[in-house]
Design a protein around this ligand. Structure first.
Ligand code: NAD
Ligand code: ZN
Ligand code: ZN
Length: 373
């Protein structure tokens, strides 16, 4: 049992087992549901309820779509079963909290992290929230997510973040996932340094988030590589020193020429296909780091026969979101402006159009789309 924002008691039964048709209008919400490979719809679903004392119910104000949601829709993510409400990003207002939640109260405006962390298990105590033994990336994956009017967020005290008054909430939607992902998996793992050289392979929202946050460290060169001229033009506006279109297959040659034959100190892989990882292997300088961000679904060749003597490091990471509080401060102080990644706005009623737009980014020039619930 919990108490909602208007002080009404909330049923402690799990109404998700009831049919939406049996519920009063107040107990029903709109939600975007994965129905199996290639199938999805905006459905009426029962509103979520508190099921553990550490839960909160958040009324979603704004959410967005991630490339990972497109992978789910294609059937590439077996952990996400048909019937799941998608979405792992968003900001909203706390509607209700479980008895054990002390840091958040009904009415609080919050960022929902894409990673849920219990704060107590061995991985959480190491700051590796992504591997929380009872959390991690579960929202919009193994439990219902944020592309709905309401979401149940487990471990609210350690998985939600307060929104400071007056902060642009569109910008904060980018803090649920893409900004920490680009920063933690790309920039921090890649050990970007003042005066160093960086190449980012893939200029999608994640590669661009790595580009924005790499500049905290003032690298001398940031080379962006993609096939999409529009995204490369955006990268140049965002601070890339060189933008290379690899349609001619000559990006590696050009990077080597630009770096006097050395290669780059940090090669960030922000695509998730074998070819882009191999590009990173080809351009990493002796002593450098390949920081993989991409989600790989296929076997990738590791050319140790060429790399064994190069003193390089290769890192992989599922975003932990441990840097969210720090990134929030940089957004507040306008050191970084993630609203630059937002290209389209939709209402939840038009989420199918939002998916259509986001799913055809090469044609629509979409980066991140904001969906207002
Ligand atoms: N590690 C994590 O925790 C984490 C979190 C979120 C997303 N991701 C992953 O990060 C990756 C990037 O996400 P996104 O949303 O920016 O994806 P996206 O598909 O929007 O962007 C990828 C970009 O790479 C370009 N590209 C494709 N092949 C290329 C190649 N061979 N060389 C250079 N560029 C190429 C595409 O034109 C596109 O612009 C995805 O694999 C996503 O699943 C990882
Ligand atoms: Zn995501
Ligand atoms: Zn944990």
């Amino acid at each position: 049992m919990g108490v909602n924002v208007r002080g009404r008691a909330i049923l402690s039964v799990a109404p998700c087992r009831m049919a939406a048709a049996d519920l009063t209008e107040e107990a029903i919400m709109k939600a975007f549901v994965y129905q199996g490979p290639g199938k999805s719809a905006l459905e009426e679903r029962p509103r979520p309820d508190i099921t553990a004392p550490t839960d909160a119910i958040v009324r979603i104000v704004k959410t967005t779509i991630c490339g990972t949601d497109l992978h789910i829709l294609k059937g590439d993510v077996p952990s996400c079963a048909p019937g799941r409400i998608l979405g792992h990003e968003g900001v909203g207002v706390v509607e209700a909290v479980g008895a054990a939640v002390t840091a958040f109260h009904p009415g609080d405006r919050v960022i929902v992290s894409c990673i849920s962390s219990c704060g107590k298990c061995e991985y959480c105590r190491k700051g590796m929230y992504s591997h929380c033994t009872t959390g991690g990336w579960i929202l919009g994956n193994t439990i219902d997510g944020t592309q709905a009017e309401f979401v149940r967020t487990p471990y609210a005290d350690t998985s939600l973040y307060h929104i400071p008054a007056g902060t642009d909430e569109d910008a904060l939607v980018m803090l649920s996932d893409i900004l920490p992902t680009g920063f933690e998996c790309g920039v921090l793992n890649g050990k970007v340094q003042p005066g160093s050289s960086v190449a980012i392979v893939g200029a999608g929202p994640i590669g661009l988030a790595a580009l924005l946050t790499a500049q905290f460290y003032s690298p001398a060169e940031i080379i962006m590589i993609d096939f999409d001229d529009n995204r490369l033009a955006i990268a140049t506006r965002f601070g890339a020193t060189t933008a290379l279109n690899n349609s001619d297959g000559k990006a590696v040659e050009k990077v080597m020429a630009l770096t006097g034959g050395r290669g780059v100190d940090t090669a960030i892989e922000a695509v998730g296909v074998p070819a882009s990882f191999v590009t990173c292997e080809d351009i990493v300088a002796p002593g450098g780091t390949i920081a993989n961000i991409g989600v790989h679904g296929m076997k990738v060749d590791l050319h140790l026969e060429r790399l064994w003597d190069r003193n390089i490091a290769i890192t992989t990471r599922l975003v932990d979101t441990v840097t969210t509080p720090m990134l929030l401060k940089t957004v507040q102080s306008r050191k970084v402006d993630p609203t630059r990644l937002i290209t389209h706005h939709f209402t939840l009623d038009r989420i199918l159009d939002a998916y259509e737009t986001f799913g055809h980014a090469a044609k629509t020039n979409a980066l991140k789309v904001i969906i207002e619930a």
